[in-house]
Design a protein around this ligand. Structure first.
Ligand code: NDP
Length: 499
């Protein structure tokens, strides 16, 4: 295979990883695809190939599922003491933290995000997730129950791992999504097959090396690279899998549900969003302007919870739209590794085409471009941060998830909170929202009226391993993070003893 150019800004360790022959992780071993096939991984800032990774297909999926099955049915993981499980998970978090800089560089070069963001957000949040869930391993327990059934009984519940779990993740926060999925499953005693997004496999392949070093028993964690159709679909359909956990588009979410129907797997889904950011006239406007701009432009808008619908009271609409537009105009587009980078390229050419055609469709349907609307640079997948005005709910840009740095501004006139909530709730999605006001009563009343799994007040995109995250309506089934996510990976067994 030809030697590939490596960005001179990466550290020697990152360069070393990129020159290694990439392998998947199955049954505790680093392996090529059974077919020997590989596929290229691109740097979205240049469109150049970074490396090649194995292309898993049905046979590789089957090997990984068998390994996880053995590790669960015969192996030590679910039988290990919770404390021992927690310690290995904690060790993984420590190793990840020790290698933070290398992971941040890999994430930046693979996904396109600013190195500063990967360093401050993606990697530390992944570390926290493993630590938070390592703590839960020793705190999972059932309860004793008081029966009214005639007789003398002692009844209690056991909380047991659901079994072998298939996890399929997207490309927007590659390592963090892996941590959100792996950590709770491991804490409960499940064994896992993780299928990475084809665009961004690098940090999780590096993670596999740390999984090995941390001392996880063989088969507990299996990590596959491949395409949705070739690897994701057979994984979601595999009879050896007890549960599938998916994050991605609603379209593929529906396919997962169908594929899981064969052996009636448990399914949890974290899907799309079209989150409203609602600014009331009494808000601290400087804070609201900076906050709602960040709500959409953080991670280039490639967030399922991005504040992509900006609702502003008509009295302050012009000021807020102007403020957000000024911020957008000042955002520096550059490759993620460039120290001046505030927004990198979108993740792939496909995503670039998708986002730019959404902007065009908005214009075709009558939206006005307040700022942005174009592409940046002469190579790479850069799209300018864009503010669209004159938008309405019948436009595709308002009703569909764009997953790019594009916000649609609308005004509201009503003082009636029910009417404002009705407007904000006009979406098939219900993932997140933010409310910007200095009135406590407005804040809490709106928090109740908005139909979404997360409500932020005077902030947006605040994530913590302890905060449950997931969707109402078509934004998904179940929750990630917090104590709540454990329910995705646990069965409840009722035990009754006649005394
Ligand atoms: P997808 O939903 O296609 O991809 C998510 C994951 O599912 C990837 O690992 C993908 O594999 C895999 N996958 C694809 N097809 C199948 C299948 N038939 N069976 C099992 N797994 C499958 O998202 P895209 O990457 O295509 O992005 C498209 C749009 O989805 C975005 O523009 C955005 O609107 C939305 N999206 C939402 C996300 C969220 O967090 N809610 C995250 C990412 C995207 P692979 O990529 O390797 O082919």
């Amino acid at each position: 295979m030809a030697t590939l150019p490596i960005d001179s800004r990466v550290s020697a360790r990152t360069a070393d990883f990129l020159t290694q022959s990439q392998r998947m992780f199955v049954d505790g071993r680093f392996v090529a695809a059974a077919s020997g096939k590989t596929f290229p991984v691109y740097n979205p800032a240049t469109g150049e190939i970074l490396t090649h990774v194995p292309e898993a297909e049905a046979e590789d999926v089957d090997r990984a599922v068998r390994a996880a099955r053995r590790a669960f049915d015969e192996g030590p993981w679910p039988r290990m003491t919770p404390s021992a499980r927690g310690r290995i998970m904690w060790k993984l978090a420590d190793l990840l933290e020790e290698n933070l800089e290398e992971f941040a560089e890999l994430e930046s070069i693979d996904n396109g995000k600013p190195l500063s963001v990967a360093r401050a957000a993606d990697i530390p949040l992944a570390v926290d997730m493993f630590r938070y869930m390592a703590g839960w391993a020793t705190k999972i327990s059932g309860s004793t129950l008081s029966l009214s059934f005639p007789g003398d009984f002692h009844s209690y519940t056991l909380r047991e791992p659901v079994g072998v779990v298939a996890q399929i993740i997207p490309w927007n926060f590659p390592l963090l999504m892996a941590a959100w999925k792996l950590a709770p499953a491991l804490a409960t005693g499940c064994c896992v097959i993780l299928k990475l997004a084809e665009q961004t496999p690098l940090t999780s392949l590096r993670l596999a090396q740390l999984v090995h070093e941390a001392g996880f028993p063989d088969g507990v964690i299996n990590i596959l690279t491949g395409f949705g159709e070739g690897a994701g679909a057979p994984l979601a359909a595999h009879d050896g899998v007890d549960k599938v956990a998916f994050t991605g588009s609603n379209e593929v979410g529906r396919m997962i549900v169908k594929a899981a129907a064969g052996n009636l797997k448990k399914v949890s889904l974290e899907l799309g969003g079209k989150s409203p950011a609602i600014v009331f006239p009494d808000a601290d406007l400087d804070r609201a302007i900076a906050g709602t701009a960040s709500a959409i432009f953080f991670n280039h808008g490639q967030c399922c919870c991005a504040g992509s619908r900006l609702f502003v009271h008509e009295r302050i609409y012009d000021r807020v739209v102007e403020g957000v537009s000024n911020i957008a105009a000042g955002i520096k587009l550059a490759p993620g590794l460039d120290p001046s980078c505030e927004m990198g390229p979108l993740v792939s050419e496909e995503q670039f085409q998708r986002v730019t055609s959404y902007i065009q469709s908005g214009v075709d349907q009558g939206a006005k471009v307040a700022v942005g609307g174009g592409v940046g640079g002469d190579r790479g997948y850069f799209v300018q941060p864009t503010v669209l005005t004159n938008t309405n709910p019948r436009m595709k840009v308002v009703s569909e998830e764009i997953f790019g740095p594009v916000v649609c501004a609308q005004s509201f006139s009503d003082a009636d909170l029910d009417a404002v909530a009705l407007q904000a709730n006009e979406s098939i999605y219900g993932l997140a929202s933010s409310i910007w006001t200095n009135d406590l009563s407005t804040a809490h009343k709106m928090a109740k009226r908005i139909r979404s799994g997360t409500v932020w007040i005077n902030c947006h995109n605040v994530f913590d391993a302890s905060l449950p995250f997931g969707g109402y309506k078509q934004s998904g089934w179940g929750r990630e993070m917090g104590e709540e996510v454990l329910n995705n990976y646990l069965e409840t067994k009722a035990v009754t003893v006649a005394l």
